[in-house]
Ligand binder design. Structure first.
Ligand SMILES: *Cc1c(COP(=O)(O)O)cnc(C)c1O
Length: 367
């Protein structure tokens, strides 16, 4: 008789099971990161999972929603809302600006039936950031529920969903947190739970269901996980939360703010052919800086990557591919040397002298 050869333990495969207690501890770290006492639901998928789950759970058929569109994610939300049988009022602003609280207040006043508002905090794809505290105040005054996509703002700029009155705040770790993309989290207010419970169309026994997690995990005292957890991703999320805590959240957001300010200053000093896409500094997202080009952005990015393949440059997505460059200075790339290398590669691609850009970036970084 032959015996199977013994299995050599593999560091990624042969792990201790992830316990319910460990899972709950990770949720508490997410709550601490967001400065909230609200329930945190960690969902086992990329951030589109809780985003779609929130909309399908909280937006009732026959209701009216305000969808603030400042980039591609807002467009996606509008599609889901319509699919739920919701009448959607789109408030679209040009991608080189941010949405204002007055615009939101006006839209709410014009459509009194609105009871749900979807908003993206910062858009990595367009490079703008919206004033969530002010917008949340307008939404509160109207009595609607507010969902915020904070995937691109968490750890890049201040984010306090409970203090600001955000009912559903979705985060992912893959941008400024420098963590994994395969799990994400949402903070849920009491009002939001009530709305979902009152919605007969809210998904149940579904991967999209937040109520399933509430009933089977939160309300049972987090004693047993309802499903096998995405173990590697949860361990990576835990490590990433620990690293942010160790470095200090203020230091991490500070690095991102400095990266954006330095990139904008450097690009302005580069001169012809490229400028910050978002015109006003305070409307520019700390997570990533978008640039408007006169030449074809895809060709400029290709030339820059030939000069330095390691810089975090991409052309804009979809219709923006010809006129927009994204400098994705988030996570470990929110550092001055990365900004310098990105500006040098851009200068090479544009046949420009990098000296003034590098100097301007350094000065802005330390300011
Ligand atoms: C990045 C991002 C997400 C998540 O999308 P991925 O492309 O899968 O990383 C969601 N919302 C916003 C606003 C984002 O910037």
């Amino acid at each position: 008789m032959t015996h199977p050869s013994p299995i050599t333990p593999h560091p990624l495969l042969d792990l201790e099971p992830l316990t319910a207690a460990r899972f709950a501890a990770i949720e508490r770290k997410v709550a601490a990161l967001l400065g909230t006492t609200q329930d945190i639901v960690v969902m086992q998928g990329e951030a589109l999972l809780p985003l779609e789950g929130c909309i399908r759970s909280a937006a009732r058929p026959g209701s009216t929603a305000l969808n603030v569109v400042t980039g591609p994610y807002g467009q996606t939300f509008g599609g889901w809302l319509r699919d739920c049988g919701v009448t959607v009022v789109d408030l679209a602003v040009p991608y080189h600006t941010a949405a204002g609280a007055e615009q939101v207040a006006r839209a709410l006043a014009e459509h009194p039936r609105i009871d749900f508002v979807s908003l993206v905090h910062a858009e990595a794809a367009t490079g703008n950031t919206n004033p969530v505290p002010e917008i949340a105040e307008a939404v509160r005054a109207h009595g609607a529920l507010l969902m915020v996509d904070a995937v691109a703002s968490v750890a890049a700029e201040p984010l306090l969903p409970e203090a600001w009155g955000v009912d559903l705040c979705v985060i992912g770790a893959q941008k400024a947190m420098g963590g994994p993309a395969g799990v994400s989290a949402v903070s849920v207010s009491e009002r939001a739970w009530q709305r979902m419970a009152d919605n007969p169309a809210a998904p149940r026994r579904s991967y999209l269901s937040l109520l399933d997690w509430k009933e089977r995990w939160i309300d049972t005292g987090r004693a047993a996980l309802p499903h096998a957890p995405a173990q590697l991703e949860m361990l990576a999320l835990d490590a990433c939360l620990d690293r942010v805590e160790h470095d200090g959240l203020d230091a991490v957001t500070g690095r991102h703010r400095s990266a954006a300010v330095a990139t904008r200053a450097g690009v302005r000093a580069l001169g012809d052919g490229v400028e910050p896409y978002v015109r006003l500094d305070h409307e520019a997202a700390p997570v990533a800086t978008t640039l408007r080009t006169t030449g074809d952005a895809r060709e400029i990015v290709a030339a820059a990557l030939r000069a330095d393949p390691a810089v975090p440059l991409t052309a804009g997505g979809g219709a923006l591919a010809k006129e927009m460059i994204r400098v994705n200075h988030y996570g470990p790339d929110a550092q001055l040397p990365v900004i310098h290398r990105s500006l040098s590669a851009l200068a090479t691609a544009l046949d420009a002298d990098p000296a003034a850009a590098l100097e301007a970036a350094s000065a802005a970084w330390s300011a």
